[in-house]
Ligand binder design. Structure first.
Ligand SMILES: Cc1ncc(C[n+]2csc(CCOP(=O)(O)OP(=O)(O)O)c2C)c(N)n1
Length: 398
């Protein structure tokens, strides 16, 4: 067996100090290590697909993330792996425990996934190897895996057999406090709902100028592109429902960078659980805008189930700091202004008309080019901020 703190030390030497995932009992020693060591961090994602999206957001902010998952969670990762990490060319390290290995007695629910795990990783074109269970070999393997991720800028997975990891398991109770949210409701009549592009225009007209916009799949991203294609935009063309987690990963990695998530009702309903880690970690720099047109406009306008959903109340229940509901054109500008000036996480649930401009263009740059452009923007804005802080410090009398 290998001592989990030794694995964490080796990973830290390659720059991996952040862990995100969903537990497997066989990962407990590593999760306990990540939770207790001062220089490490652990985020409990609601599902493994969201963990990948949080890792992508952190990557935008210059951090390296280890994704922890049981092989059952591979099913939850398939969409973000294929339609998010691949088109955006995002490097990432996965540690996946192997339940249901053929020939090893295990529970019936692990049998099928256990038997296809290596083939599934191959099919997904994810390079992988078993984590050896002798310390010296394991540490060498960790170094190899990290080098692969760095050099190839691709995903690499370690498959971990049960009882490979050891260590003290002190489970830490969560001591997060629930902050009472401020809840505001502005209602008009549904006949005066703005279109999403009008609402987006209002949002952009009130910007500071340094915000990053993460726009969800389909027409939302295309509308943002048509309004203003800039380096601070990310069009989440795949991985439907992951925009909030990507925004959270970035906001968490860059605490001074304002991040605005442009979400849709269909997208958020697909991954509602993603609100919980946002509420738990409470990034102050995150504004989550949900444009609710009560349908899947991008695929032809089929109705969604959001006509009965109050996303603001869901976010309040998930510990967002401020939630705002607005229905009607007349209050929109004021509601957006309120959302923008308060500390996050703020969620604004904006009821919009489902009309979409005709012949909406699609982003002309490839997803990875948009991502690289955004990373350059973020690095520049960090450099400007560092310069400003340095100047401020230099201006202060001794
Ligand atoms: C996992 C997944 N399922 C389905 C689709 C097809 N699809 C693309 S955009 C979209 C609708 C998104 O709905 P919403 O967020 O409400 O935005 P709207 O279409 O109304 O602009 C769907 C279903 C997809 N891309 N990925």
């Amino acid at each position: 067996m290998i001592d989990a703190p030794n694995i964490a030390d080796e990973l830290a030497q390659s720059g991996y100090t952040d862990y995100v995932g969903v537990p497997c009992s066989h990962l407990s020693p590593l999760i306990a290590t990540a939770q207790s060591a001062p220089r490490l961090s652990y985020i409990a994602a609601a599902n493994e697909g969201d963990a990948i999206a949080i890792g992508l957001g952190a990557h935008l902010g210059g951090r390296k993330t280890v994704i922890l998952s049981q092989n059952s969670g591979l099913g939850n990762m398939v969409n973000p792996l294929t339609s998010l990490l691949r088109p955006f060319q995002v490097p990432m390290l996965l540690m996946i425990t192997w339940r249901g290995e053929p020939g090893v007695p295990d529970e019936p629910q692990h049998e099928q996934m256990g038997s296809i795990t290596p083939d599934l990783l191959n099919l997904l074109d994810v390079s992988w190897e078993f984590l050896p269970n002798t310390p010296c070999e394991a540490l060498k393997a960790i170094r190899r895996g990290c080098e692969y991720v760095d050099h190839e800028q691709r995903v690499f997975a370690f498959v971990i057999r049960p009882n490979t990891l050891s260590g003290h398991i002190t489970l830490r109770p969560s001591r997060d406090c629930r902050a009472p949210a401020v809840n505001r409701t502005w209602t008009g009549t549904s006949s005066e709902r703005p279109t999403r592009i009008d609402a987006m225009q209002e949002l952009l007209s009130q910007e500071r100028g340094d915000e990053v916009y993460i726009a969800t799949t389909g027409y939302t991203g295309r509308e943002l592109f048509s309004l203003n294609d800039r380096a601070n935009n990310l069009y989440v063309v795949g991985g439907m429902g992951t925009a909030a987690s990507i925004g959270f990963g970035l906001a968490n990695a860059r605490r001074c960078q304002p991040v605005v998530v442009l979400d849709g009702d269909g997208s958020l309903l697909m991954r509602m659980g993603s609100l919980a880690p946002i509420g738990q970690h409470g990034p102050k720099n995150l504004l989550h805008v949900v444009f609710d047109n009560e349908c899947y406009a991008s695929t032809g306008g089929q109705s969604s189930s959001s006509s009965v959903v109050r996303f603001d109340q869901c976010a309040e229940a998930m510990n967002y700091r401020r939630v705002i509901y607005v229905d009607g054109k007349s209050h929109m500008a004021q509601a957006i202004q309120e959302a923008k000036i308060h500390e996050g996480p703020v969620l604004i649930h904006l009821k919009v008309d489902s009309a979409v401009p005709p012949k909406l263009p699609r982003p002309t740059r490839k997803p990875f080019e948009v991502k690289e452009r955004l990373i350059r923007f973020l690095n520049q804005s960090q450099a400007n901020q560092d310069l400003l802080e340095h100047k401020d410090g230099a201006d202060k009398p001794n």
